[in-house]
Ligand binder design. Structure first.
Ligand SMILES: [Zn+2]
Ligand SMILES: [Zn+2]
Length: 487
């Protein structure tokens, strides 16, 4: 068996990579191909290849990383193609599901790498997600008789399959063909045996019965078994065919013993649907979050409406509400995401109650400064859909309000205290070549924890009230722009 597509350079294998590879070879895997994703990982990929005789790789820039493509990167790929361990240009392609790079950039980067493959007589490893039409159009235009390669993790329809086969491409299948809800049986059946290959796409796409766990090359046998079932052939026949196809496409210097002894010792578990209820979330939790966030920071702007409820202490039936609308507030936030659905924020926000000052009657002998609020907050945002471009959240936290009350009151008071914040909003995840930019729009309410007691003898409306109890909250539609630099 040859696992033609396994990202075993991924960080999730750092703990036990050697052991995981040993297990794959013990379980009948004869060779593994690691398609590189991004220039930063090329050295890591090559060091694994150099350590193991039967591990090979492709070199390329994945559509997710198309923004990282440059002339030096292209030169590096070309140089690396001379390394005997590099057997393909890949992983390259188009991915319109996660539009990490603009479509035209993805297409340009894809075409350039197709042309490198043609010039250096290398096969390509192609990634295609929600981009069938552009994919086939580009392949048709670029096919001059010299282009060869594989559409990996094939999950498109029959039309796409026929067009790819017409262009001479191989297709490889991964764990998703074993899923109960898979509609790929028909596609697998329609793929001729001299064009079919198997792969795990580790650490993603774990096949049944291990679905929900980290995927690794030893599980490639479950994909071979599923293809055998669909084609009504034996497991041995399928691994012979798929291995020969991989060996010739990637020109692997492998000597394959056609029918291996002792295959029956590999536990080919019958399609076991026990874990079918594991569903997508668990599989997703293993997949890399395309919008990974760690530490970010940036400015925020808000309009602060201060709402006060006044009660006459001696005559509690005397109540009134007043508000000071539209005071500009500005500040700065630092965010830390310990979990993908949790963003912790420490921030500072500053407001002056200009609205109140404007309406104040000057009182001789008292300063005409505005009330000043400086609020320090620690807030948690719980993100409902952290892997979406537009992600929604609810928030809650605690404030320390440094509050200096000046205007309209005879006496300056320091009314600093704790407050609580709560609210909701959404963020937009914008990946760029220099990190993630995340504009956040939210509506926050800050509730003061303690009520104040004052007198308002200078205000017409309240001058005959006694001691007045005031409870205050703040309504803050707020915009923050965070920058999460790349580490
Ligand atoms: Zn892929
Ligand atoms: Zn891949």
């Amino acid at each position: 068996m040859i696992d033609t597509h396994a990202h075993i350079d991924a960080d999730v294998f750092d703990e036990d990579r050697d052991q995981m590879i040993a297990q794959a070879f013990e379980n009948g895997v004869k060779a593994i191909i690691i398609p590189a994703i991004e220039p930063d990982r090329y050295d890591g990929v090559l060091s694994i290849c150099n350590q193991y005789e039967h591990i090979y790789c492709g070199m390329g820039v994945h559509p997710h990383n198309a923004n990282d493509y440059s002339a030096p990167v292209e030169d590096r790929i070309i140089t690396l193609l001379e390394n005997p361990k590099v057997r393909a240009v890949g992983e390259i392609g188009l991915d319109y599901y996660y539009d990490f790079a603009p479509k035209d950039v993805q297409q340009e980067v894809f075409r350039r790498q197709l042309n490198i493959a043609k010039s250096y007589d290398m096969p390509v490893i192609i990634h295609n997600r929600e981009s069938d039409d552009d994919m086939i159009e580009i392949l048709q235009e670029e096919q001059n008789g010299e282009l060869k390669g594989v559409l990996h993790c094939f999950s498109s329809d029959l039309t796409m399959l026929r067009k790819a086969l017409d262009l001479g491409f191989h297709v490889s299948f991964t764990g998703n063909i074993t899923y109960k809800k898979s509609i790929l049986d028909e596609i697998v059946r329609a793929t001729p045996l001299d064009k079919i290959m198997i792969e795990t796409d580790s650490p993603y796409m774990t096949p049944v019965p291990h679905r929900g766990k980290r995927n690794e090359p030893q599980f490639v046998r479950f994909i071979a078994q599923k293809i055998a079932d669909i084609h009504a052939l034996t497991f041995e026949e399928i691994i012979t065919m798929t291995s020969n196809n991989a060996k010739s496409l990637f020109r692997l210097p492998l000597f394959l013993i056609v029918f291996l002894f002792g295959l029956s010792t590999f536990p080919i578990i019958a399609q076991d649907d026990r874990n079918e209820e594991d569903t997508e979330e668990q599989v997703q939790s293993i997949e890399k979050n395309p919008y990974a966030r760690f530490i970010g920071f940036g400015p925020s702007l808000a309009t602060n409406t201060i709402v006060e409820t006044l009660t006459d202490i001696d005559r509690p039936e005397r109540r009134d509400t007043r508000s000071w609308d539209g005071n500009p507030a500005f500040g700065f936030s630092v965010a830390y995401n310990p979990l993908e659905f949790l963003m912790l924020e420490g921030g500072i926000l500053h407001t002056r109650n200009n609205a109140k000052l404007k309406n104040a009657l000057p009182v001789p002998g008292t300063p005409t400064d505005p009330d000043v609020y400086t609020v320090f907050n620690i807030t948690a945002r719980a993100i409902a859909n952290p892997r979406s471009k537009v992600a929604f959240f609810a928030l809650g936290g605690i404030n320390f309000q440094s509050k200096r009350i000046h205007s309209t009151n005879v006496l300056f008071t320091d009314d600093s205290q704790l407050a609580f914040n709560a609210g909701a909003g959404f963020m937009v995840n914008i990946p760029t070549s220099f990190g993630m930019i995340i504009p956040i729009a939210e509506w926050r309410l800050d509730f003061e924890s303690k009520n104040d007691t004052i007198n308002l003898p200078n205000e017409q409306k309240y001058k005959d009230w006694g001691d007045i109890e005031i409870s205050t909250f703040y309504s803050l539609p707020r915009l923050t722009i965070l920058w999460y630099p790349k580490f």
